[in-house]
Design a protein around this ligand. Structure first.
Ligand code: COA
Length: 185
């Protein structure tokens, strides 16, 4: 099967209201729990939600992957800008290792670029995102007060120099709460 045909059969598009049940199931099965599915539900209720950047990937006519990019704030020296945070990315376990996760991230970055966003931050899964050009936030002089190891967050400049000077990252309340929730046994 050629790449072009493969991409055609696995379209990536913004979520619709009809997708929310499938997105819940994707996140619950990928993360083996409901914390990420609840995070997505909570983020949809905030001004940080960007409907055009909550993307689903179809595979064989079914929704098999999901990625959400939402607004966050970067406060640098004397300036504040709205950037994006990426979380979570999920692919149903039966469809992993077939390029869906990578395609979702690439499409998310491209759509974010077209919408004029200048940078994306990701928290929690550096190995996967570094393959796609994300670098530890510390290399950009960025910091946040989430209780995660410094090298656990990575960032990607969409516009060259967008993160120059670094600064403080602030996330919407559901995302902060996600990292402060009691760890389930
Ligand atoms: C991570 C995830 C989104 C990847 O989706 P995918 O469709 O399998 O991704 P792709 O097929 O595009 O890429 C797979 C490649 O990513 C890399 N990769 C996948 N999981 C990885 C991990 N845990 N650590 C490092 N690299 C990883 C590997 O290089 C892999 O290549 P391979 O298939 O040759 O082994 C998917 O496995 C998933 O939903 N995992 C559970 C949820 C999760 O951890 N999400 C990411 C944090 S938000």
């Amino acid at each position: 099967m050629s790449e072009a045909v493969a991409a055609e059969q696995r379209p990536i598009r913004p979520e619709t209201a009809d997708d929310t049940g499938a997105i819940d199931l994707i996140n619950m099965s990928a993360f083996a729990g409901d914390a990420e599915a609840r995070l997505v539900d909570e983020l949809r209720k905030t001004p940080a939600y960007v409907p055009e950047l909550s993307l689903v990937a179809e595979d064989g006519g079914r929704v098999a992957g999901h990625l959400m990019l939402f607004r966050s704030t970067l406060t640098g020296e004397g300036n504040e800008q709205t950037i994006l945070t990426l979380a979570p990315t999920a692919v149903v376990p039966s469809r992993t290792h077939r390029g869906l996760g990578t395609a979702l991230v690439r499409e998310g970055v491209e759509r974010a670029r077209q919408m004029g966003f200048s940078a994306i931050v990701e928290v929690g899964f550096p190995a996967f995102y570094q393959r796609l050009g994300f670098r530890p936030i510390t290399e950009h002089g960025l910091h946040h007060d989430l209780p995660v190891a410094a090298d656990f967050a990575t960032a990607l400049e969409i516009t060259e120099g967008a993160l120059a000077g670094g600064g403080r990252l602030d996330y919407p309340a559901p995302f902060r709460a996600f990292y402060r929730r009691p760890v389930e046994a």
